[in-house]
Design a protein around this ligand. Structure first.
Ligand SMILES: [Zn+2]
Length: 321
């Protein structure tokens, strides 16, 4: 009788295990290797594909970066999933065996920071830095909402990812030394997402712009302002930096922030001009599209332009009262 009970119990346990194991072990596929490009001595950027998260890109769309210092490595915006974080770690290991001593997150949008998980799993005590506005937004559920969207857009490719938000604050003017590398934090309140820090490496003459600047594609302007974003770009251009790393698109010189600034300021000033003439956003759209001819080659121009004109219109209208 006892033996029979034991068998039943064993069978039950086995059945339970079978029903749990697939769910626990289920995760999206590994992300293939993307090369890390050395954009300045010891400064590497993995330029992700342009566009929005998809089944094809497995959610990888941003520019994870790492800086190799004398005593450690600092990672900036590791990407949008645990799988991408692991891919970034593989690229780091091709260059250095030093430990990762810190991670920076430029802002609240999850395509930049859900890969924190991979670094926290390997280095339990690694400090993760972000602006306090970002931490507030995480508490309000913005990270979770972004993760759900990412799951849907990639058809579950990011499965296995959980949010590991920053716990260390980085504020405007902060100067930090991490892994033997000097960092300076720049922050403009109402830029791309209200939570955007830019990270300057004064000695390397590099600025990580976060999503305050993109190259050959458009930013989400829903939670930022055109005027704040322009002010943030001016702040970055006022540094001594020679290398500018955008949140999306390829790294380059001053022309990278200047081009994005031109896009934002053209929309802002054109909307203002036609607003003064009494045109609605619908009426001014074709005229503004004409003046934005040089940006029509950017990815998803058609999908973004109407929304951006509308947002700039609301901003100009609000500034009038
Ligand atoms: Zn963003």
């Amino acid at each position: 009788m006892k033996l029979r009970n034991l068998r039943v119990r064993l069978l039950m346990s086995l059945l339970l295990l079978c029903s749990i194991t697939p769910a626990m072990g289920e995760r999206g596929p590994d992300v293939p290797d993307y090369p890390a490009e050395e954009v300045a001595p010891g400064v590497y950027v993995i330029h992700g594909p342009l566009g929005v998260p998809s089944v094809e890109n497995l959610g990888f769309i941003n520019n994870p970066a790492f800086v190799v210092g004398e005593t450690g490595i600092v990672v900036i915006d590791p990407g949008s999933s645990i799988q991408i974080g692991e891919m970034v770690l593989r690229q780091i290991r091709q260059v250095s065996d030093l430990p990762v001593v810190a991670v920076f997150n430029t802002h609240i949008h999850g395509d930049h920071w859900f890969a924190n998980q991979a670094f926290k799993e390997l280095y339990a005590n690694v400090p993760i830095f972000g602006h306090e506005e970002m931490m507030k937004m995480v508490k309000q559920g913005e990270g979770e909402a972004f993760l759900e969207t990412l799951m849907r857009m990639t058809d579950g490719a990011v499965k296995g990812t959980v949010e590991v938000p920053p716990a260390e604050t980085a504020a405007h003017g902060d100067e930090l030394k991490l892994g033997g590398i000097a960092f300076r934090i720049l922050y403009e309140p109402k830029a791309h997402s209200h939570s955007d820090i830019m990270i300057e490496l004064p000695k390397h003459k590099v600025v990580f712009l976060g999503d305050n600047v993109m190259r050959d594609r458009f930013g989400r302007m829903d939670s930022g302002t055109f005027s704040g974003n322009i002010a943030a770009i001016d702040m970055a251009l006022a540094t001594d930096a020679e290398i500018f790393v955008p949140g999306h698109g390829h790294t380059g010189g001053r022309e990278v922030p200047e081009a994005y600034r031109k896009y934002l300021s053209t929309i802002r000033s054109e909307v203002e001009k036609y607003f003064d003439e009494g045109l609605s956003d619908f009426e001014m759209k074709p005229k503004i599209v004409e003046s934005l001819a040089q940006f029509q080659q950017w990815v998803d121009f058609e999908q973004n332009i109407g929304r951006h004109i509308n947002l700039a219109y609301l901003e100009v209208e609000a500034a009038m009262f």
